[in-house]
Each structure stands twice: as structure tokens, then as C-alpha cells.
Design a protein around this ligand. Structure first.
Ligand code: MIC
Ligand code: SF4
Length: 655
């Protein structure tokens, strides 16, 4: 039977479960895992609690890239813990300063046809190299590191056929912004995007990776490109030709839906504040004054991207009213820029060179001024994520960012990149060899085996994973908070300045919904202490964005037992189940309107509801009305919820 690329990878890794797209769960084998420091400490604490001697996955890599600020002892404690645990259990450790996990994984480890599970929502970046790469909560990654399966909804595959080639001044970021414009940021949960068509060969692997990266903003499970001669060229230039295999869809392969994009017609685009889904053409924004331009993040920090920017700025100065910063994706990128004199071009143009890490993208530095307009090449512009609530963040391509750096306002990069008939357009080719230096990847020789007598370093910032309690028989609680649509995990569990508390749940839990309702954490803790359950009422697309399981773990710690939402995004939904919180959705979305914050809500026989068909009638004691909610669960998920979360369920199963 003809198969698409996604089916080929899934069948090669199939362990069991449902194979009908969109219906039920299937389990797959994971070849490689990836963690980063902000989600990694909890992932490894959970891995430790599984009681295994070493990692069982073919390759496990622990990156330190999010929290590299080291103000106070907390980040450094995290790094020391992660390093020791990596050595002990056979994980490759990428030292702080080596680069951003997704860029590094693409460069050094990604393999066409293999599966990758990462505790970061942008793990699908590796789809650019033909991997099936999926973002998940840390506990799911811990299980996969231990050799356990990963469960996903059997996906509906959307084929995106690319034709033609990009015009000078238009790049991969504009393509993915166009895709987001076409498909939206909501309602894509059980889908995978598979790219194909004659235009694919005109995109380099880093460009494909930019496109796969921001599939996360659509909420899809992953995005996958074929593996072809362009992939082989990239792997050869990385000294890894042996990792290549051809991967293409069969001629008659079937898809759930087909979309066509002619690359030749794509124009420079931007995502306007405050959602990656607010996409418009750059031509609609021309002349808007810009105060800050930041280039980097796992979306746009490759050699190709930064060399393009450096060449655009070469011999010029950044506009005096604009602060410009560049954060390269990896040491490889910085070293190559330095060797070619491009770093000097950037510095002499007046660019601030930032660390090759997530940095500004997660809002832990370079926050814009009050009300400032910030143009960024990153992937998320949720309100407040930059660290400044009133800032207006636009997501653009490196070309558009560099154009604004020069002109001081939103400008079309095309006339700058392509000044014909005066001169030739600026085109950056992929190099024949990348500068390879793996010296900041530690423990490669003991990968998979570990060094059993390594002492685990646990400084005071290394806390414990909170234990979930079995669900109450009757859910009697308060609608402790009512929020609207598109509540992101950044709203639920702020990062930025609070990122350093990721390993300390009682401390971090104090900031749940900090910028939405500053009283929430105290109110929820008070309810918990009197035995009253906390219930979160939400609109559409609750839990958009990151994979941070803290957005479930900290609410669990505060005694949240259920969400009642119009819809819930995939990774967050799975994290809620993993931490024993029931992710209900309204059968009738209008019932959302009838609930107020503070209402007393009741579900009788919650155990029966969960063990049965997941349908429940909620009694609103405050208004003396009822409404229906439901949750669709596999037998595995029922077991997890009834036992108070995945760790408790694993312990019970082992028992
Ligand atoms: C993000 O981009 O939001 C993050 C920070 O990388 C998160 C992970 C985290 O919260 O630690 C993600 O994308 O999953
Ligand atoms: Fe890091 Fe930003 Fe990428 Fe998240 S989106 S992994 S914070 S660079």
C-alpha cells in the first residue's frame, strides 16, 4: 500500500494501538531524546524516580540553553545537577555556551527517518532533516529515555506541496508565516504537516528547519520534510553523510488534506502582536517606527540567516534609534561568522552580540522599553513574553529584521537584497563544510552506558517532583479563575524572570497566572488547604505554546483538579493528564458564558466518569444550573488520571 513519509516513519516505529487517523492513541518507539535545562531538571528528576540504571533510548542529549543568565545560584545549581545526572545515566551533555538545542540537534545528531522526542515544543525543528520529531512534557521524555513508548493520537497528515522558488529578500520564515495564515493557530491538534513537491529542493535544510520549527505555532504534532540530495549535502557538510537515508512519499500516498504554496509568490510577512497567528504582509506595515531588532532563536539563527544579515549590514550602521542584537544558534555558527569576518561586520555596524542561547526569546533579557516596537526573528510574540507587557512584538524574517535595523522602521527587504539593475541580489549559499567542533558535548564516549558511581550534585535549587493524589470521588470545587481564548502556557506559568525557579515547584507555583490574576496562586492554595478543589474555566485553545509541564505541575501543586475549556491544545492536554488534572471540554461551548469566577461547581462520581465514557454533568451550585462536559480518554489515560498522574500510575503498575 502506498505510504506518505509520516506513515513510513510511524510504521517503522510502531509498537501498538490505533492506526485510524484522528481516532485513539498509538504507541511508537523513540530513537533519540532531547531535553533543555528549563524543562530538563524536572525531566531527569522524574527519570531518576523510575529507578533505572541508565538511559535506554538510542541517544539522549541534555542541552543547556534557556537559563544561562546565572543571576543568583539557581541556574548554576541546575547546570551542575544536569551535568552530573547526564554522566551518571549515559546522556550526552551540551554545555552552556554550545548553543540552542534545536539548532545543535539539527547540526550534530538529527537523522532522516528516525524519531525524536524532546521536552520542548520546538523539537519538530528536526523535521527539516526528515525526522519525525515531537515535543512533549518532561515526564513523557523521561519515559522514552527509559526505553518506554511514546503515545500520540494517530495523526491526520496534511500534505503541503511547495512549488517554485523563493524570490530574493523572501525566506523560509515568510513561508511558515504564510502557512500559519492559511491554517491558523487553533484546531490543528491531531495533525502532522508533511512537505513535498518540486519546490522543496529549492530550500536548504536550515530553511526547512525554520518552517518545521514554527509548525509548533499551528499546534500540530510535527512537521516533516523529505530527505533528498539537499539533506545529503547538509549531512555531508556536517561530516555525517553516513546518517543519510532517502525518504520520500510514495506516488499514490494518501493525505487527509492537501494545500499548495507557490514559493515564487510568497512575500515578506509579519506576525503582529500578540499572536503568531496575526499574520499580515510587510507591505501593510511599512514605515512603522521600530525601537528594537533581535535576530536569533531556534527559528532563525543558522549560518545562512546570520550571514545574510551580516552582509546586509556590511559597511553600514544600524539606525541610531534602534537597538539591534544578534544571538547565533550555535558555536558552529558563531565560529564560522567569526572566521569569515562577518562578526566584525556586525559589530562595526553597531549590533550587540548576544550569547548563542535562547536568551531574548524567552524574555530573560533584552526586554524592550515600555510600549516599544520590537521586531524579532523568533517564533512567539505572546503578550508579555518579551518581559515587557506593553511592548509590541512583531515576528519577521532575518531579512526584514535587518532592513528595519538599517532604516529604523518596518521596511520591505526586497529592494535592499535585490538592488538590480544596479547590482546583483545578495544570495547566501550553504557551505560545503561546516566548522565541526564537538568539544562542548560531554560524555559522548559513555553515552548510553553512563558512569554508575557519579555522585549526583543537588544544590539547594534542586527540589522534588510533586506527587499527585488520586482523584477525589466527588469533585467539589470552585471556578477559581475564568480566562478567555488562546491562553498560552506563558500566561499560565510565566518564564522570563521567573525561569530560574523551574526546579523548585513550591516557589515557582507562587507565580501561576501571575499576570492574569495575581491573587490566583494564594486563592488556590487556600482552597487546597481547606479541601476544596480548584477548577480552571477557559475558552478556546487553552494551553497554546510551550511544552512546559510546569503549567500543569504547578497548578496540580496548588490543588487544581480539573480544567473546563472550549478546547485544549495537544501538549498541554497530555501534561494535564500526566499530572492528574482532568482536561474536560464543554459539550456545548455556550455553557462557558454561564459560569463566573468564584462559582461553586460539583461533579458526582468522578471516578465512574473517568473510568466510563468521560461524560459528566456539572452542577453549578451558585447559579443552580447544570451543564455537560466530557473528556475522551484511552484506557491508559484513565489509569493515569485515576491514580493521580503518570508517576503514581507507573509506581502502581510496577507494584
Ligand atoms: C518556549 O519557547 O516557550 C520554551 C521556553 O522553549 C518552551 C519550553 C519551556 O517552557 O521550558 C517550549 O517551547 O516548550
Ligand atoms: Fe529557546 Fe525560544 Fe526556541 Fe523556545 S522558542 S527553544 S525559548 S529559542
Amino acid at each position: 500500500m502506498p505510504r506518505n513519509i509520516v506513515e513510513k516513519i510511524l510504521y517503522a516505529h510502531y509498537i501498538g494501538g490505533e492506526l485510524i487517523p484522528g481516532k485513539g492513541e498509538m504507541a511508537i518507539r523513540i530513537d533519540q531524546t532531547l531535553t533543555q535545562d528549563a524543562t530538563g531538571t524536572m525531566a531527569y528528576l522524574q527519570f531518576e524516580s523510575l529507578g533505572l540504571d541508565r538511559v535506554e533510548a538510542g541517544l539522549a542529549v541534555s542541552y543547556v540553553d534557556h537559563n544561562t543568565i546565572q543571576v543568583g545560584f539557581e541556574n548554576a545549581d541546575d547546570h551542575a545537577y544536569l551535568r552530573s545526572v547526564a554522566q551518571r545515566y549515559g546522556v550526552v551533555f551540551s554545555r552552556p555556551g554550545n548553543g540552542i538545542c534545536h539548532q545543535l540537534h539539527l547540526e550534530r545528531f538529527g537523522k532522516p527517518g528516525a524519531t525524536l522526542l524532546g521536552s520542548d515544543s520546538h523539537t519538530p525543528t528536526a523535521g527539516g532533516i526528515g525526522m519525525l520529531a515531537i515535543g512533549a512534557g518532561g515526564i513523557d521524555v523521561a519515559v522514552a529515555m527509559g526505553g518506554g513508548p511514546f503515545f500520540l493520537t494517530s495523526p491526520k497528515v496534511i500534505r503541503i506541496t511547495l512549488m517554485g522558488s523563493l524570490k530574493p529578500g523572501v525566506s523560509a520564515k515568510d513561508v511558515i508565516l504564510k502557512v500559519i495564515h492559511m491554517l491558523g493557530t487553533m484546531g490543528n491538534t491531531a495533525r502532522i504537516l508533511e512537505y513535498g513537491g518540486a519546490g522543496v529542493v529549492n530550500l536548504s535544510v536550515p530553511e526547512r528547519a525554520t518552517i518545521a520549527n514554527m509548525g509548533a505555532e499551528l499546534g500540530v504534532i510535527s512537521s516533516v520534510f523529505p530527505s533528498d540530495e539537499v539533506t545529503l549535502k547538509f549531512l555531508t557538510a556536517q561530516g555525517r553523510a553516513g546518517d543519510w537515508q532517502k525518504l520520500a512519499a510514495d506516488k499514490e500516498a494518501r493525505y487527509y488534506r492537501r494545500v499548495k504554496i507557490n514559493l515564487s509568490n510568497v512575500k515578506p510577512m509579519a506576525a503582529c502582536p500578540h499572536s503568531p497567528g496575526n499574520v499580515t504582509a510587510i507591505t501593510n506595515l511599512l514605515g512603522k517606527p521600530v525601537h528594537q531588532v533581535l535576530i536569533g532563536s531556534c527559528t532563525n539563527s543558522s549560518y545562512r540567516d546570520l550571514k545574510t544579515v551580516a552582509l546586509m549590514l556590511r559597511g553600514k550602521k544600524v539606525h541610531p534609534d534602534v537597538e539591534v542584537g544578534i544571538a547565533p544558534g550555535s558555536r558552529q555558527v558563531v565560529t564560522m561568522l567569526a572566521k569569515e569576518g562577518l562578526l566584525a561586520d556586525l559589530v562595526s555596524a553597531g549590533v550587540r552580540i548576544l550569547e548563542n542561547a535562547c536568551g531574548f526569546c524567552i524574555g530573560n533579557h533584552m526586554s524592550p522599553a515600555t510600549d516599544a516596537v520590537s521586531l524579532r526573528t523568533s517564533n512567539r510574540n505572546f503578550e508579555g513574553r518579551s518581559g515587557t507587557r506593553s511592548a509590541q512584538v512583531y515576528l519577521v524574517s532575518p531579512e526584514t529584521a535587518a532592513a528595519a535595523a538599517l532604516t529604523g522602521c518596518i521596511s520591505d527587504p526586497r529592494p535592499i537584497i535585490d538592488p538590480r539593475p544596479v547590482a546583483q541580489p545578495l544570495v547566501v549559499e550553504e557551505p560545503d563544510t561546516f566548522g565541526i567542533d564537538d568539544s562542548m558535548f560531554l560524555f559522548q564516549e559513555t553515552a548510553g552506558k553512563g558512569v554508575p558511581d557519579t555522585p549526583i550534585v543537588r544544590g539547594p535549587n534542586i527540589g522534588q517532583v510533586p506527587q499527585g493524589k488520586p482523584l477525589p470521588k466527588t469533585l467539589s470545587g470552585e471556578a477559581t479563575i475564568k480566562v478567555g481564548d488562546k491562553i498560552t502556557t506563558d500566561h499560565i506559568m510565566p518564564a522570563g524572570a521567573r525561569l530560574k525557579y523551574r526546579s523548585n515547584i513550591p516557589q515557582y507555583a507562587k507565580y501561576v497566572f501571575e499576570h492574569v490574576d495575581p491573587e490566583f496562586a494564594a486563592n488556590a492554595a487556600a482552597n487546597r488547604d481547606t479541601g476544596l478543589a480548584n477548577i480552571i474555566i477557559a475558552g478556546d485553545s487553552y494551553g497554546q505554546g510551550s511544552s512546559r509541564e510546569h503549567a500543569a505541575m504547578c497548578p496540580m501543586y496548588l490543588g487544581v483538579k480539573a480544567i473546563m475549556a472550549k478546547s485544549i491544545e495537544r501538549i498541554h492536554w497530555a501534561n494535564l493528564v500526566n499530572f492528574g488534572i482532568v482536561p474536560f471540554t464543554f459539550d456545548n461551548p455556550e455553557d462557558y458564558d454561564g459560569i463566573s469566577q468564584g462559582d461553586a461547581l460539583l461533579i458526582r462520581d468522578l471516578h465512574k466518569v473517568i473510568a466510563g465514557n468521560g461524560r459528566a454533568t456539572v452542577y453549578n451550585k451558585t447559579t443552580d444550573t447544570t451543564f455537560d462536559v466530557s473528556v475522551k480518554l484511552s484506557e491508559r489515560q484513565k489509569f493515569i488520571l485515576l491514580n493521580g498522574g503518570l508517576l503514581a500510575a507507573v509506581a502502581k503498575n510496577a507494584g
